[in-house]
Design a protein around this ligand. Structure first.
Ligand SMILES: Cc1cc2nc3c(=O)[nH]c(=O)nc-3n(C[C@H](O)[C@H](O)[C@H](O)COP(=O)(O)OP(=O)(O)OC[C@H]3O[C@@H](n4cnc5c(N)ncnc54)[C@H](O)[C@@H]3O)c2cc1C
Length: 625
């Protein structure tokens, strides 16, 4: 809850860790099963007021002294020991896990729990971290998936002015107006957030698999202008990107046989011959029964591959990573991680040789902040893409052209469809795959455009039209990099004090301060003009989905908040994603990207993660020699 205390001092935490380490050999059970791990925790032990007892009560509203503890009760501590601890089970955490388990010398890793992953969310499908859109229901009705995405996304920061209800009945409770101390603070509502510089649509997906349980799977290669700040040479980045494509199974041909895909692509190629129109490189595979018309979207399960069954790998779901514990005598060393098992509300301590925090662009800096690891660049240099959106209904001429096609394969498909469904007014088989076309970023048109049909948290067609004639246009614009564009977690007036309140998971509440420059606005306007030109080449606007800019943050492509770089003053981590000044701490996610990008960032973040994972392996192997 919003008032929960989530931080202990490093000295206090370290006492617990050392106390635990003293006992570690007698209590560690290296064959710990996931079930054991889930129930693992610290019990109140020994005398009242001991460090262990304080540890047990951390975060509890109940004062330590009121807990009853028996001096005769044997301590029931279980310290989780592993080689590599990974926070976050999204595609980036999974990239680290797979690369380390596949590439590290096996004699360097323990036979069980070598890689231990903690995830705050629950496992929502039988396949660990799978894309939920693979269910037949959503493949038959993509619009139904909009509600899955809406349900998954938890908003990060809501200004209290957005919570004012002018039509609320006079008898009903409402917080006092104009009082900062008495405002809603429960589900992302944030009295410190102003509307003007918020990223109001930014949200977090807390689930095993992260946002990749419902992402669109677009994996374009960034243009050279989108990697100018990268400390990784472009040729090295290109080979990392190629490996990342393999990990997440990127393919640009899966939709090639679709009538609608080919039609939209052909119209755009004819209308805009110099724009390099192409199929979106998507993390997707044809379904094993191709005639079903279904596809298999890649999720974090795809990234994990076979390691999900490796006994050396453990995922603990519904475990919050609360803070890293820094060794006071060796300030560049993480000595352990404090976790909270959310189901039992018990704290768990993990000891590893290397630590990777990959909890997304907001929660990664949040954990560092909560651990008192606050380099000057933490949360800063944040960029988020602008988004322009509309939906069109394909023109009559386009449908007539499909009807009159000279392509014998299409003729056969259409005839078959007409036979089966004589009442259908459209010459498009129900199983024809959606269009998936893009106009890549270019210097002349510095934005990324997707002309496709897919679910997001908006844009469902509903009964207004036949979804087969609707095409979505999503244009993503980059934003200038400003040091002051940031997410922060403290009360600005008293930065050394605990944050005034916490988010719904008990972590410090995030507040955004993000503005767009005049150059950004100018580019955005040009992007909007371009989108309308492209839209008009295809058909007319679907009523209600006319061209519009979307709420800032909706792209879910925040970068920079723990950026890599070559200078510790302007970046949080080195080119290998290792946090400056630390010997055993790495960060992963879009948050490491130091550039302003328009293209979808996940593939690039996976490339950075592959480089980071190699560095982790080197450190593990070096330590072993
Ligand atoms: C609808 C939608 C469509 C998208 N489409 C695309 C696309 O087409 N192409 C593209 O490149 N990107 C797309 N994205 C963005 C993409 O999903 C993200 O870039 C990607 O998932 C980031 O991976 P990650 O592992 O860094 O973070 P996440 O996927 O966010 O995973 C981070 C994990 O950390 C966990 N976590 C957070 N805090 C804690 C804590 N304290 N303790 C333990 N665990 C914690 C979270 O629960 C989460 O599971 C899309 C996003 C959305 C919402």
């Amino acid at each position: 809850m919003a008032t929960e205390s989530t931080r202990i001092s490093h000295a206090e935490a370290l006492d617990f860790l050392l106390d635990a380490e003293n006992n570690v050999h007698s209590f560690v059970d290296s064959s710990t099963s996931e079930q054991n791990v889930r129930t693992a925790g610290f019990e109140p032990v020994a005398d009242l007021g001991t460090q262990a007892a304080r540890f047990a009560n951390f975060g509890s509203p109940e004062p330590v002294e009121t807990r009853s503890c028996s001096t005769t009760t044997p301590p029931r501590r279980r310290i989780i020991q592993c080689d590599v601890f990974i926070a976050g089970s999204g595609p980036i955490g999974c990239t680290y896990a797979r690369e380390i388990l596949e590439k590290c010398d096996s004699d360097v890793l323990r036979p069980r729990n070598a890689v231990y992953m903690a995830e705050i969310g629950a496992q929502e499908s039988p396949v660990v971290g799978a894309h939920l859109k693979n269910a037949v229901k959503y493949q038959k009705d993509i619009d139904a998936f909009v509600h899955v995405i809406q349900g998954a996304l938890q908003p990060v920061s809501i200004p209290v002015s957005d919570t004012h209800q002018s039509t609320l009945g006079g008898n009903s409770w409402t917080p006092p107006i104009n009082s900062k101390q008495n405002q809603l603070v429960i589900c992302g509502q944030n009295p410190q957030q102003s509307r003007e510089d918020n990223l109001g649509a930014t949200a977090v997906t807390r689930a095993v698999g992260g946002m990749a349980t419902h992402w669109t799977c677009a994996c374009p290669t960034p243009h050279s202008e989108e990697t100018t700040s990268s400390p990784i040479p472009r040729n090295e980045l290109d080979s990392l990107l190629a490996r990342a494509r393999d990990f997440v199974k990127v393919d640009s041909t899966v939709f090639d046989k679709s009538i609608r895909h080919t039609t939209v692509k052909d119209i755009l190629t004819t209308s805009f011959p110099n724009r390099n129109i192409r199929s979106i490189p998507l993390a997707v595979q044809p379904h094993s029964k191709a005639e079903s018309g279904f596809v298999t979207w890649s999720g974090s399960n795809t990234v994990l591959g076979d390691i999900v069954n490796d006994p050396r790998f453990t995922i603990a779901s519904e475990h919050r990573v609360t803070q890293l514990i820094v060794h006071p005598s060796f300030p560049g060393t993480v000595a352990g991680v404090l976790m909270r098992d959310l189901k039992t509300d018990r704290d768990v301590l993990v000891h590893a040789r290397a630590y990777v925090i990959a909890c997304g662009a907001v929660c990664t800096p949040q954990i560092l902040y909560n651990s008192d690891i606050r380099p000057p660049a933490l949360g800063r240099y944040l960029t988020e893409q602008s988004m322009a959106f509309c939906q069109i209904v394909l023109s009559k001429k386009t449908i007539q052209n499909i009807q009159n096609t000279q392509n014998p394969v299409w003729q056969a498909l259409i005839a078959q469809h007409r036979n089966k469904h004589p009442l259908d007014p459209l010459p498009i088989p129900f199983r024809d795959l959606d269009p998936q076309v893009m106009i890549p970023y270019s210097s002349a048109f510095p934005w990324h455009a997707q002309i496709h049909r897919d679910a997001f948290s908006y844009g469902d067609v509903g009964p207004r039209s036949d979804p087969r004639v609707v095409v979505d246009l999503r244009f993503f614009g980059k934003g200038d990099i400003l040091e002051n564009n940031r997410v922060e977690f403290s009360n600005k007036a008293k930065p050394e004090e605990r944050p005034e309140h916490t988010d719904v998971y008990g972590m410090p509440q995030a507040t955004f301060h993000v503005v767009r420059t005049d150059e950004d606005r100018d580019r955005d306007q040009k992007m909007m003009n371009d989108m309308t030109t492209v839209a008009n080449s295809l058909g007319g606007y679907l009523p209600g989905s006319e061209p519009q800019f979307m709420e800032p943050g909706l792209a879910m492509h925040i970068t920079g908040t723990t950026r890599v770089g070559s200078d510790s003053k302007t970046s949080v981590a080195n080119p290998c994603s290792k946090v400056w000044g630390f010997s055993n701490l790495w960060v992963g996610g879009n948050n490491v990207i130091p550039d302003s990008t328009a293209s979808n960032p996940t593939l690039t973040s996976m490339a950075y993660a592959l480089k980071g994972a190699s560095d982790v392996i080197q450190c593990l192997q070096y330590e072993y020699q």
